[in-house]
Design a protein around this ligand. Structure first.
Ligand SMILES: NC(=O)c1ccc[n+]([C@@H]2O[C@H](COP(=O)([O-])OP(=O)(O)OC[C@H]3O[C@@H](n4cnc5c(N)ncnc54)[C@H](O)[C@@H]3O)[C@@H](O)[C@H]2O)c1
Length: 309
């Protein structure tokens, strides 16, 4: 097993993708700290791993604060003797269009995703540096953070922010041999169940049926387990040369996302004043307009949600 003797923390791992990540890391030999806000699901996640012969312990505490981050690292060290892998997966949605979104909706989402990722990575990296561990960090982005999405101002800010932090950390952590990557997952979970577009696929998954081929291939959408192998790989020694990347995965699809690069560059002596913008800059921008939002293929008729029929 590739992660024998390693110790991992997976935040938000009582259910959904986080649970699949924790189970796969344990299957590959790692001891896992399960974290969630709900005692019952955290306990049942631990049981699912120990009953399969793995090692796991739970920390029930909301990520966001540095206290929780420090507690996670301390528990990993006290319980399993160290820390090698951190997966910052905990997440929530509070979707609303801009004018309906409250300050609270915004702050809650930013706190769990951005601050939770920041505080946990800072605590884990401090441990890695102090103990000379070539640790592995996997942070979780989203297609919404990469491309934007209607009704997700807070979530788009959070997920784009996480990938921005990953690029910065890859630079800061390089010398210490710590790798940090973002995974951009898509999978059937409680989160995607709320989206009519994915309804037929999530229902098939819940009935224990195979995902319709269209979802697995065209949309890169499958059960949470489809994402877990990539998390385990990025957590392994085999991924030593891979850092600062954003890797998309779901269903049968694996993607490498580009980071933003200029698509057009022009120079004008003296700079770009309003007149120069009208004379030259406007045409340059208009010739290179970039699209926003994810391009979703049309659902075949039999997979359309009831309301759209
Ligand atoms: N499902 C998808 O297709 C998809 C797509 C892109 C990104 N993601 C991201 O993947 C991650 C997991 O999503 P999911 O679909 O499994 O969601 P989920 O809602 O099924 O699971 C999230 C888990 O995180 C826990 N959690 C919430 N707030 C927490 C906190 N403050 N501290 C600790 N735990 C907390 C929840 O209790 C839950 O068990 C999230 O970061 C999400 O944004 C999911």
């Amino acid at each position: 097993m590739s992660l024998n003797g390693k110790v991992a923390i997976v935040t938000g791992s009582g259910a959904g993708l986080g649970l699949a990540y924790a189970q796969e890391l344990a299957r590959q030999g790692a001891s896992v700290i399960i974290n969630d806000v709900n005692q019952e699901i955290a306990d049942s996640a631990v049981a699912s791993i120990t009953e399969a012969g793995g090692k796991a312990a739970a920390v029930v505490a909301p990520v966001g604060s540095s206290e929780t981050a420090d507690l996670l690292v301390k528990t990993a060290v006290d319980t399993f003797g160290g820390l090698d892998i951190l997966v910052t997966n905990a997440g929530i949605l509070r979707d609303k269009s801009l004018l309906k979104m409250t300050d609270e909706d915004f702050d809650l989402v930013i706190n769990v995703h951005v601050k939770g990722t920041f505080t946990c990575v800072r605590s884990a990296y401090a441990y890695f540096k102090e103990n000379g561990v070539a640790g592995r960090i996997v942070a979780i982005g989203s297609p919404t953070g990469q491309r934007g999405n209607f009704g997700q101002t807070n979530y788009a800010a959070a997920k784009a922010g996480i990938v921005g932090m990953v690029r910065t950390w890859a630079m800061e952590m390089k010398k210490a041999g710590v790798s940090v990557n973002a995974v951009i997952p898509v999978a059937a979970t409680a989160m995607t169940k709320t989206m009519p577009f994915f309804k037929a696929a999530v229902e098939a998954d819940e009935r224990g049926e195979a995902m319709p081929e269209f979802f697995r291939k065209e949309l890169g959408f499958g059960p949470a387990q489809d994402v877990a192998g990539v998390i385990a790989f990025l957590s392994s020694e085999e991924a030593a040369g891979i850092t600062g990347q954003a890797i998309g995965v779901g269903g049968d699809r694996l993607q490498v996302w580009s980071h933003p690069e200029p698509v057009a560059t022009e120079f004008h002596e003296g700079g770009w004043d309003y007149g120069t913008m009208l004379a030259e800059g406007k045409a340059l921008i208009e010739a290179h307009l970039q699209s926003v939002g994810e391009k979703m293929p049309d659902l075949p008729a039999e997979l359309q949600p009831e309301t759209a029929k």
